[in-house]
Design a protein around this ligand. Sequence first.
Ligand SMILES: N[C@@H](CCC(=O)N[C@@H](CS)C(=O)NCC(=O)O)C(=O)O
Length: 221
Amino acid sequence: MTGKLVRLYDYPASCNCYKVRLLLAHLGIAYERVPTDIFNGETLTDEYSRINPMRTTPVLETEDGRHLPESNAILLYLAQGTSYRPEDAFGMAHAVRWLIYEQTDVIPMIGGLRFRLLVGRSSPSDPDAIRRRNGAGPVLSLLDDHLSQSKFFVATRYTIADIAIYGYTHLAHEAGLDMQPYANLRSWFERVEQQPGYVEDVEPYGANAGAAPGAGQSIYD
Ligand SMILES: N[C@@H](CCC(=O)N[C@@H](CS)C(=O)NCC(=O)O)C(=O)O
């Protein structure tokens, strides 16, 4: 033991960062938050590129100073040896399946739409917003159908698969998506929110004026 805390390079409005904060809270792990203003050039420095050449948040810094980017890789790492990670190979493979689906489908269609609309980078009638909204329906339906058979995403237990999917879906309404048809998802939100240590500390993008188009410096500009 080094006596040092793990550190999280973290942007408070990012649900990718929130997913990690949520697992840290469930696990009761004390950590140091390193606020990283992604819209004010703080990920564009040489120093940040040494931490994460992809220039994204979150990044976890372990007690011994190693860096791990990618929210779902961080979930896998932190959940090792805990009930949040399935112990059997088949359950684990299914958890990874959902971690991949979250990145390839949930984030572009729901997270990407929410971000662009909330910060004014897109309006609801833009072709890109329409494409994402049209894509979000099948994603929400697939998730809702899965939850008609199962209380949680993998087996019968709350795991990192749930944490990853919850990150952006619980705020899908902020992307203008009507969640009324998705009763299974809405019940699952409640089950997630009952888990020990649950927190919801996603800050509004509005707290960061640099998120607006042309107002700051980020990988989106
Ligand atoms: N696949 C990555 C995506 C991370 C990502 O896109 N993070 C955004 C915030 S949600 C970011 O830090 N962007 C950096 C920038 O805009 O400069 C993960 O899951 O960690």
